[in-house]
Design a protein around this ligand. Sequence first.
Ligand SMILES: *[C@@H]1O[C@H](CO)[C@@H](O)[C@H](O)[C@H]1NC(C)=O
Ligand SMILES: *[C@@H]1O[C@H](CO)[C@@H](O)[C@H](O)[C@H]1NC(C)=O
Ligand SMILES: *[C@@H]1O[C@H](CO)[C@@H](O)[C@H](O)[C@H]1NC(C)=O
Ligand SMILES: *[C@@H]1O[C@H](CO)[C@@H](O)[C@H](O)[C@H]1NC(C)=O
Ligand SMILES: *[C@@H]1O[C@H](CO)[C@@H](O)[C@H](O)[C@H]1NC(C)=O
Ligand SMILES: *[C@@H]1O[C@H](CO)[C@@H](O)[C@H](O)[C@H]1NC(C)=O
Ligand SMILES: *[C@@H]1O[C@H](CO)[C@@H](O)[C@H](O)[C@H]1NC(C)=O
Length: 374
Amino acid sequence: MASFSFPITTTAFVILLLSLTSNVFNNSAAKHSHSSSVKGIKNPRLQKAYIALQAWKRVIYSDPNNFTSTWVGPSVCNYTGIYCAPFPNNTKLQVVAGIDLNHADIAGFLPEELGLLNDLALLHLNSNRFCGILPLSLSNLTLLHELDLSNNRFVGPFPNVVLSLPSLKYLDLRYNEFEGPLPPPLFSKDLDAIFVNNNRLTNVIPSNLGSSSASVVVFANNYFGGCLPPSIANFANTLEELLLTNTSLSGCLPPEVGFLYKLKVLDVSNNKLAGTIPYTIAGLAHLELLNLAHNMFSGTVPEGICVLPKLSNFTFSYNYFCEEQGICSNLTSKGIVYDDRRNCLPEKPLQRSKKECDAVDEHPIDCLAFHCGT
Ligand SMILES: *[C@@H]1O[C@H](CO)[C@@H](O)[C@H](O)[C@H]1NC(C)=O
Ligand SMILES: *[C@@H]1O[C@H](CO)[C@@H](O)[C@H](O)[C@H]1NC(C)=O
Ligand SMILES: *[C@@H]1O[C@H](CO)[C@@H](O)[C@H](O)[C@H]1NC(C)=O
Ligand SMILES: *[C@@H]1O[C@H](CO)[C@@H](O)[C@H](O)[C@H]1NC(C)=O
Ligand SMILES: *[C@@H]1O[C@H](CO)[C@@H](O)[C@H](O)[C@H]1NC(C)=O
Ligand SMILES: *[C@@H]1O[C@H](CO)[C@@H](O)[C@H](O)[C@H]1NC(C)=O
Ligand SMILES: *[C@@H]1O[C@H](CO)[C@@H](O)[C@H](O)[C@H]1NC(C)=O
């Protein structure tokens, strides 16, 4: 797998906050700091954070690792998982800039009051048992840069509130129970990474997918169905990793996949894709991992792919390929991990039966018949 550096460490958020907020904050907040205080908190921004965090604590029903047991009293910056940073133009003023409750195993939900955390740049809630839906008040978090809600129990339609976050770059919703379609505006947002794998998403991959500027897109393990839209070609300038395993894709792989010249990882395994491998893939000079396994691909495995300079793992087992061109028949000799089992390769062991292979031979694939658009 190509390395990918998100999410950034919590120590980096101070720098992040400074760079994000320099034109947002002004000194007026500092002037208001004499206003009424909550339990002895003079800083109004921390007062709001106190209200938000106490409201949150009230709807936390299980906290086996005692993360929130320190959430008492006015020193919100000392609460476990809460990170403060100085207010850019008034470095004596602290604000809550990050929340990191990753792997806390907390059960509860997210209250409306989280909308009071206006200064939040990072919200990491990976691997908890938060449930329900996201409060609409999250749209108040105009500085939020990273939102990681992965591995929780959020339900309902795709949380459109994330589309209203103007600073969001990193969106991780994987391993939840979001259902229904992905909203097309998701791909018009200036995001670096989109993880929506392992949900219950349906209704095909939006055809404006290629408008995105993300470098990593993981759709795996959902029920999208339909074709991979040829407009994916528009994604060429940023996309490095595209993971589409087990997304009920059908039709043929569009030749436009080969226009994604930055691609390092392409995984379309465990779908119902048919037809031949588009020869354009032989142009993906950075491709390291190619997984076509468990589909209905047929025809020849072209040598142009097998000689790609960066290729280190090429899996095409469980298809109906009937020929491996040249070096493709033994990639081990090139130091490439490969798997060609369960195809229709006459010279190889562990292939499909003649009966299975003949059945596919008799029904040639017409990719245009799938009506996947242009
Ligand atoms: C904050 O400080 C920076 C650097 O001193 C300055 O350029 C900027 O105008 C200030 N912003 C506001 C809103 O006062
Ligand atoms: C959390 O606190 C409870 C009660 O004080 C204690 O029994 C339990 O061992 C603590 N759990 C952990 C993981 O520290
Ligand atoms: C926060 O914790 C630090 C270290 O434990 C302590 O020195 C500091 O006084 C605490 N701040 C407040 C406001 O309680
Ligand atoms: C949004 O932020 C403003 C400013 O802090 C606050 O007054 C308001 O109550 C917040 N809205 C919600 C829904 O939390
Ligand atoms: C495929 O995706 C569905 C939907 O998320 C999931 O229920 C199923 O377990 C996945 N299958 C595999 C083999 O991961
Ligand atoms: C090669 O890729 C396949 C499919 O993506 C994966 O299951 C396997 O672990 C990889 N092998 C190595 C050695 O990286
Ligand atoms: C592939 O090549 C390697 C090294 O050149 C050799 O050891 C191996 O037997 C070959 N495998 C097949 C299936 O021809």
